[in-house]
Design a protein around this ligand. Structure first.
Ligand code: PGA
Length: 260
């Protein structure tokens, strides 16, 4: 079962997860961090950036993004390469040559998935993968129907995801239709999955991922197959969890030696 931690705010979640990453980074400077885009992981990046000067040094660490849009012009501010550069690489002080984002250029797109899988394998694997969840239940851009064994490949976004992400673009028409995303099988290879979700709009997806049946119709439910999963949600995102009281009870009685 996933460990579910219900917190009072996204800021608290950001601090909690950043503390854990900072601890690991001190022990393993070559930590491989799986990074996500969207609004959800931003509190983690902010909290890490605040600690950066004092105690976290990402200069020897590696980062792998989950996904990228296909076909945006190079340098487009909403390409995930640009987003990761702005929110992760620069503020946290990663060496840009150690930050990997799938290649979403139309030219050579046929091999983008294989190339990314090879880079992931060469890194030795992701130590901790940050995940958001879409209202469709997607993790990465694995929309409903994605195989649990899937690897990095080109996918077609649902109309719902395009509408959800239109807020980052001038208009819905500008949101790409295709993406390159790590597969569910790729994500499940990471050593530790940390799924974050905030707000009432995510409550159904969180309940489906954590407590629903394991089904390709709810890609987030793939986390139930992993041996080390931490789900950090605010009260609103936790509001459809049937066993919320148990998760709170378990947190209150958590053995001190058990980290995240
Ligand atoms: P969000 O997106 O963090 O912007 O809500 C999450 C997702 O689509 O995975």
């Amino acid at each position: 079962m996933a460990e579910v931690i219900i917190v009072d705010s996204a800021e608290t979640a950001g601090r909690l997860v950043s503390d854990h990453i900072a601890e690991h980074l001190q022990i393993t400077p070559e930590f491989v961090l799986g990074v996500a885009t969207g609004s959800t992981p931003v509190p983690v990046y902010r909290a890490l950036a605040q600690r950066k000067a004092r105690e976290v040094d990402f200069s020897a660490a590696f980062a792998f993004a989950l996904d990228e849009y296909v076909g945006l012009p190079e340098g487009h501010p909403q390409s995930y390469r640009a987003v990761i550069d702005r929110e992760v690489t620069q503020p946290l002080g990663f060496d840009p040559t150690r930050v990997n984002v799938p290649d979403g250029r139309a030219e050579g797109i046929e091999t983008a998935g294989e190339r990314y899988e090879a880079a992931l394998r060469a890194s030795g694997g992701v130590n901790l993968q940050l995940l958001g969840i879409g209202t469709t239940g997607h993790i990465g851009f694995n929309e409903p129907g994605s195989s649990f064994g899937s690897l990095t490949r080109v996918k077609t976004l649902t109309e719902q995801t395009r509408a959800d992400n239109a807020r980052f673009f001038e208009s819905l028409d500008e949101v790409p239709i295709h993406c390159v995303t790590q597969g569910l099988g790729t994500i499940l290879r990471a050593h530790h999955l940390v799924l974050l979700a905030f707000g009432r709009g995510k409550a159904e997806a969180v309940a489906g991922a954590v407590e629903g049946p394991v089904t390709a119709s709810m890609p987030g439910s793939a986390i139930q197959l992993h041996s080390h999963v931490t789900v950090v949600v605010d009260e609103a995102a936790a509001s459809r969890l049937k066993h919320a009281d148990y998760y709170r009870w378990a947190q209150e009685h958590k053995p001190a030696w058990q980290g995240l």
